[in-house]
Design a protein around this ligand. Structure first.
Ligand SMILES: NC(=O)c1ccc[n+]([C@@H]2O[C@H](COP(=O)([O-])OP(=O)(O)OC[C@H]3O[C@@H](n4cnc5c(N)ncnc54)[C@H](OP(=O)(O)O)[C@@H]3O)[C@@H](O)[C@H]2O)c1
Length: 305
C-alpha cells in the first residue's frame, strides 16, 4: 500500500516521502481501517513518538498522521463493538504506524462511528482539533458558563473549535491571532479579537481560562492576566508560566469516542463548523503537509479521493 513516512529527524520536514509499505494486520482488539481521509497536525514530526516507540526503540520510517475517517475492513482477535463495513473516525496511537496510508491498524477503543451523512473529509478534520478543544475546555479547564476564555490562535484548527465550543457553553470569548485573522475569529463566534502583533494582551483585563496553542512569551503574558482561581491550559508542552493564584495544566489529546460523538452531533446540526484549509490526495500530500505559504485551517489528505 501507499503511505507517507518520516525518514530523518534532522532533515527538512523530517524527510517525509511517499513509500510502499505492507498492509497492516490487526492485533488483539484492533481493527484495520481502510483510510478514506486523514488529518494532519503540522508539528507531528517534532513529537518524540514519531521517532521512538514506548520502549525507546527507533521508529524512523514510521507512517505519520494520527487522525482518520474510514471504513473498518478487518477485526482483530477479541475485537468487539465495531463491525466490518462500519464508518469510523478517531485518533490512533502516537507510537504506532499512522493514518497517512491506505490502511491502518488501530485499537477499536479509539474509534467512534461516523454517521453516513458526514463526509469523510469533514470527519478526518474533527478528531484532534475537536477533542483537544473539548478536553482543554471541559476536562482540564473546568470551564463554567459565564466565564471569560482567552482563545489563542482563534482562527487556527484547534482555536476555531475552542472558540465555538466555549461560546456554545456560555463563555465570553476573546480570540487572538494575527491581524489578518480578526474576521475569521469573529465569524467563529469570538466576542472580541486581539491582534497579538499590534495590540497589548495586558489591555484585555482579567480572564478565567487561557487556552494556549502558542507558548513562549505569549504564554508568559497570558498567565499574568488570569484571575484568581483561573486556569492556563497549554497544548504546546508543559506550561512554563503559571498564574500566580491559579492552575496550569498541559495535556496531550486522547481519543474518547463519547466526546467524538458529541462533536460529530454538533457538526451535523450546525452548532460546529469545521475549519478545513488544504485538501490534497495522497499522491500530492508532500507539498500539502509542508507548505511554503501560510496554513489556514486543517490540512486533510483524501487518501481515497
Ligand atoms: N497537546 C495536544 O494534544 C495538541 C493537539 C493539537 C494541537 N496541538 C498543538 O497546538 C498547536 C496549534 O495547532 P493547530 O492545529 O491549531 O495549528 P494552526 O491551525 O496553525 O493554528 C495556530 C494558530 O495560531 C496562530 N499563531 C501562532 N503563533 C502566533 C503568534 N505568535 N502570534 C499570533 N498568532 C499566532 C497561527 O497563525 P500563524 O499560522 O500565522 O502562525 C494559527 O492561526 C500546534 O503547536 C500543535 O502541535 C497540541
Amino acid at each position: 500500500m501507499k503511505a507517507i513516512v518520516a525518514t530523518d529527524q534532522t532533515a527538512e520536514a523530517a524527510g517525509i516521502t511517499l513509500a510502499e509499505r505492507p498492509e497492516p494486520t490487526p492485533a488483539i482488539n484492533d481493527v484495520v481501517v481502510e483510510v478514506q481521509a486523514s488529518g494532519f497536525v503540522p508539528a507531528e514530526w517534532e513529537w518524540p513518538s514519531t521517532w521512538v516507540d514506548r520502549s525507546g526503540r527507533d521508529r524512523a520510517d514510521a507512517i505519520i498522521g494520527h487522525e482518520l475517517a474510514g471504513v473498518v475492513t478487518a477485526l482483530g482477535y477479541g475485537t468487539t463493538g465495531l463491525s466490518l463495513g462500519q464508518r469510523v473516525i478517531g485518533i490512533t496511537d502516537w507510537h504506532r504506524d499512522g493514518t497517512l496510508a491506505e490502511y491502518t491498524a488501530v485499537e477499536a477503543r479509539n474509534l467512534a462511528p461516523l454517521p453516513g451523512d458526514v463526509d469523510f473529509t469533514v470527519g478526518a478534520a474533527l478528531p484532534i482539533s475537536g477533542l483537544t478543544a473539548w478536553q482543554g475546555l471541559f476536562q482540564h479547564g473546568r470551564l463554567r458558563a459565564g466565564q471569560t476564555v482567552l482563545a489563542h490562535g482563534a482562527a487556527g484548527a484547534v482555536g476555531s473549535v475552542v472558540t465555538q465550543l466555549a461560546r456554545e457553553f456560555g463563555a465570553y470569548v476573546i480570540g487572538t491571532g494575527r491581524a489578518a485573522d480578526r474576521q475569521a475569529a469573529l465569524d467563529f463566534g469570538a466576542n472580541e479579537f486581539l491582534d497579538l502583533d499590534g495590540e497589548q494582551l495586558e489591555d484585555v483585563g482579567g480572564v478565567d481560562l487561557v487556552f494556549d496553542v502558542i507558548g513562549g512569551d505569549v504564554q508568559r503574558r497570558s498567565a499574568s492576566i488570569i484571575r484568581p482561581g483561573g486556569t492556563l491550559v497549554s497544548v504546546v508542552g508543559p506550561a512554563e508560566h503559571r498564574p500566580v493564584d491559579g492552575l496550569a495544566v498541559d495535556f496531550v489529546v486522547e481519543s474518547v469516542p463519547g466526546q467524538l460523538i458529541e462533536i460529530v452531533d454538533r457538526v451535523r446540526d450546525g452548532r460546529l463548523r469545521t475549519h478545513i484549509g488544504t485538501v490534497a490526495t495522497l499522491d500530492d500530500a508532500i507539498p500539502a503537509l509542508n507548505p511554503t505559504t501560510r496554513r489556514k485551517g486543517k490540512t486533510v489528505i483524501r487518501v481515497r479521493p
